[in-house]
Unconditional design. Structure first.
Length: 126
């Protein structure tokens, strides 16, 4: 299933596509929720948060863990950047992005020239 939410910037879409690139239980349902979500942003100097408001009528996913998938980006001579995809009450609620040491982060953090690690919570492994 393709990620098609037009409210995401090109950079945000790349982040989402990468974190969702690894297969896990209910992945397609999570992508469907994101595709029909209203997106708001809370971008600060120290963290970035994409918040998703899911439309009524979209079915919840049966994921009990709060963070089913996490992504870390390691760049030479930089602190790792962490991406946490949050699920609340069966609905995608937020993509939280921050540096591992809580230092300043740029809103258009690039994933190029970095090693990407995607971690699945054992509850959602296929």
């Amino acid at each position: 299933m393709a990620l098609e939410n037009s409210e995401l910037t090109d950079c945000e879409k790349k982040w989402m596509e990468l974190i969702l690139s690894k297969k896990f239980l209910h992945r397609d349902e999570v992508i469907n929720q994101i595709n029909y979500a209203k997106v708001t942003r809370e971008y600060t100097d120290y963290y970035l948060a994409l918040k998703f408001c899911i439309e009524e009528g979209i079915q919840p996913v049966r994921i009990r863990t709060g963070v089913p998938v996490e992504m870390r980006v390691y760049k030479k001579d930089y602190v790792p950047i962490q991406f946490l995809l949050h699920i609340t009450c069966g609905y995608v609620s937020e993509l939280e992005i921050f540096k591992a040491d809580s230092s300043n982060i740029k809103a258009e953090s690039s994933l190029t020239d970095g090693e990407v690690e995607i971690l699945l919570n054992p509850e959602v492994m296929c």
